[in-house]
Write a protein that binds this ligand. Structure first.
Ligand code: LMR
Length: 329
């Protein structure tokens, strides 16, 4: 019996060895695997496996397991990781014009945002990333950001005064908070929960997917559906890795990415509605967090102040690019 088991075990090892992939693509991101970005990364991995008959595998590392925010850029450069999905703000030092996407109240709605991403504006920015030695693939969505706080509900612009907000590393986000007299602290995403819990910062701005999957509701007493800005991603690949990757599989990887992008964008829109219901249920059943919706007048008051920062970025982002994005139908 023991011998039979040993033979079976050896056969299993051989079988798995014969199915082993010839190439592994390491993909890193910083959010939960349950977010639209996380699910799309897993979907991409599955499709690459299917399309290449298992010859190429994608190993996905979520939750900043491999690299934190900006560190991933260097890792891609030297080929230690092959694909990353950084949010736009994480490109600030590499391609400052990417801060276009951080501009508050720039996008009228999701349709406008997608039209901008798929327009000349999206291409110009991808070209700038490519020029820095990366392969710019596709734009993925997170969603519109909302303010949250544990100190005081952020409903009118003056409520931000005297509160400290975690922001991503972006001059636009810094200026946006300064415009409403809020103070800021730049932190990597993986440190946001504990910073909120320990009161290092009072509040933050997040799309619902990041807010709910990291359970920020446990450490915030108010959430305002402010939709004051947008969070999205550019999927990028290591040029060093891609230039040596076998041609026979390149088309298949790109095909899988195209499918993953469509999957991700649909999912992000669907999840937003579901997570809002989930947060509303949490708020109601626990009474530990209040959710605020802004009136059109309140929203207009935020927009008026925050849009006032645009001219400060005419040089870094390009006045022309900002105007082009605004003009996209
Ligand atoms: C953040 O740092 O808040 C986001 O960029 C995290 C992410 O990747 O969605």
């Amino acid at each position: 019996m023991k011998k039979i088991l040993r033979v079976l075990a050896a056969t299993a090892v051989l079988a798995s060895a014969s199915f082993a992939a010839d190439y592994t693509i390491k993909m890193s991101h910083v959010v939960s695997a349950a977010t639209p970005k996380g699910q799309a990364a897993d979907f991409f991995a599955k499709r690459v496996g299917e399309l290449t008959g298992g010859k190429v595998e994608v190993a996905v590392f979520p939750n900043a397991q491999l690299y934190n925010d900006n560190a991933v850029m260097k890792a891609l450069k030297i080929g230690n990781v092959h694909i990353a999905v950084p949010s736009f703000s994480k490109f600030t030092s590499l391609v400052p014009a990417m801060q276009l996407f951080d501009l508050p109240f720039l996008f009228r709605d999701r349709a406008h945002l997608h039209a901008v991403l798929d327009s000349e504006v999206g291409q110009i920015l991808k070209d700038q990333v490519t020029a820095k030695g990366f392969v710019a693939l596709d734009y993925w969505d997170a969603g519109f950001k909302h303010f949250s706080s544990s100190k005081k509900p952020v409903i009118n612009p003056e409520d931000a005064a005297g509160q400290k907000f975690r922001i991503m590393s972006s001059k636009v986000l810094e200026a946006q908070m300064k415009a409403v007299n809020g103070s800021v602290q730049v932190l990597p995403f993986s440190e946001v929960y504990s910073a909120l819990q320990q009161g290092v910062v009072d509040g933050a701005e997040n799309p619902l997917s990041n807010f709910a999957t990291k359970k920020f509701n446990e450490v915030q007493s108010s959430l305002t559906l402010s939709e004051h800005g947008y969070l999205g991603y550019l999927v990028i690949m290591s040029e060093k890795f891609w230039s040596k990757f076998p041609d026979e599989y390149k088309g298949k990887v790109l095909q899988a990415m195209k499918e993953a992008t469509a999957f991700e964008r649909n999912l992000a829109a669907e999840e937003d509605a579901k997570l809002l219901a989930q947060m509303q249920e949490y708020a109601k059943s626990t009474g530990k967090m209040k959710i605020y919706t802004l009136t059109p007048e309140q929203k207009a008051a935020w927009a008026k102040i925050m849009e006032g920062i645009y001219p400060q970025f005419y040089e870094t982002i390009g006045e022309d690019l900002i105007k082009k994005a605004q003009a996209v139908k």
